[in-house]
Design a protein around this ligand. Structure first.
Ligand code: ADP
Ligand code: MG
Length: 245
C-alpha cells in the first residue's frame, strides 16, 4: 500500500479562461513536510486549495488520504475531515469564542458529542499554548494568538494533513516566531504538512522538500540544502536572490 497522503497527478486548473495550474504533479507522503514557495500569482494557493476542494481542478487526478477528488463529488465532508487548512487571515468565526471556534467543526461535520468536542478543543488549545484564551473572542486576541487558535481549530478535526497558506504573512514581525514555533513543533510530532511560506529559515529547518512554483508550474524541487545552495533554474535563482537579500 502507498503511504501517500496527497497524490496529485498532472493537475491543471483554470479560472474561466485563465490557466492557473499547468500539469502539476506532487506526492506528499505520511509525515512528510513540504514547503511551497514562488512569486505572487504563481498558483501556490490555488494548488493547495485544490487539495481540500476549495478550488476544483479540471484536468488530472488528485487523491487525498485515498479519497479521489472529482467533479461529481457531492459530499465534501469526508475531504474536509481529512484536510486541515490555515489561512493568511486566520478566518476565525468572530462571533464565537475561541473554544466554540474549536468545537464547531468536530460537532457539526463529524458529529462528535459536545463533551468530547470540548475535551479536544482544550487539548489542542493547550497544544498551541493558549488554553487561557478559551473563553475570549477572536477580536480580543493578538494576530499571533488568533493564528494559533486557527491551527488548534484545524487540529481538532484530527486531520491526515495540514495545509498552511502563508500563515505568517499578515502578522506583525514580533508575532511570526510564535506561529513558526507552533508549526515546527507539529512537524516534530510527525504531522504531514504542506506549507506555502516564504519563511526560508522555517523551510531550512523543517522541510523535507522545498518546491518552487512559477506561472502555474512546479519549476524545481529539492531537499532544502540543495535547493538553497544550488538552485538550478534561472527563475529559482532570481527568486531566491530577491527573498534572501
Ligand atoms: P499565489 O498563491 O501563488 O500568489 P494564486 O494561486 O492565488 O497564486 O493565483 C494564481 C493565479 O490565478 C493568479 O494569476 C491569480 O490572479 C489567479 N486567480 C486566483 N484566484 C482567482 C479567482 N478566484 N478568479 C480568477 N483568477 C484567480
Ligand atoms: Mg497565495
Amino acid at each position: 500500500m502507498s503511504d501517500a497522503v496527497i497524490e496529485a497527478r498532472n493537475v491543471s486548473q483554470w479560472y474561466g479562461t485563465f490557466r492557473a495550474l499547468t500539469h502539476v504533479s506532487l506526492t506528499v507522503r505520511k509525515s512528510e513536510r513540504v514547503v511551497i514557495c514562488g512569486p505572487s500569482g504563481s498558483g501556490k494557493s490555488t494548488l493547495i486549495r485544490c487539495f481540500n476542494r476549495l478550488e476544483a481542478h479540471q484536468e488530472g487526478e488528485i487523491a487525498v488520504n485515498g479519497i479521489r477528488l472529482h467533479s461529481k463529488m457531492r459530499d465534501l465532508a469526508d475531504v474536509r475531515k481529512n484536510v486541515g487548512m490555515v489561512f493568511q487571515h486566520f478566518n476565525l468565526f468572530p462571533h464565537m469564542t475561541v473554544l466554540m471556534n474549536c468545537m464547531a467543526a468536530p460537532m457539526w461535520i463529524k458529529g462528535v458529542p459536545e463533551t468530547e468536542a470540548r475535551r479536544l478543543a482544550l487539548k489542542f488549545l493547550e497544544r498551541v499554548r493558549i488554553p487561557e484564551q478559551a473563553n475570549k473572542y477572536p477580536g480580543q486576541l493578538s494576530g499571533g494568538q488568533q493564528q494559533r487558535v486557527a491551527i488548534a481549530r484545524s487540529l481538532c478535526m484530527e486531520p491526515a494533513v495540514m495545509l498552511f497558506d502563508e500563515p505568517t504573512s499578515s502578522l506583525d514581525p514580533e508575532m511570526v516566531s510564535e506561529v513558526l514555533e507552533t508549526m515546527t513543533s507539529l512537524a516534530r510530532d510527525g504531522m504531514t504538512m504542506v506549507c506555502v511560506t516564504h519563511e526560508m529559515s522555517f523551510a531550512r529547518s523543517v522541510a523535507d522538500r522545498v518546491i518552487f512554483m512559477d506561472a502555474g508550474r512546479i519549476v524545481e524541487e529539492g531537499a532544502p540544502n540543495d535547493f538553497f545552495a544550488n538552485p538550478q533554474h534561472p527563475r529559482t535563482k532570481l527568486f531566491l536572490s530577491q527573498i534572501l537579500k
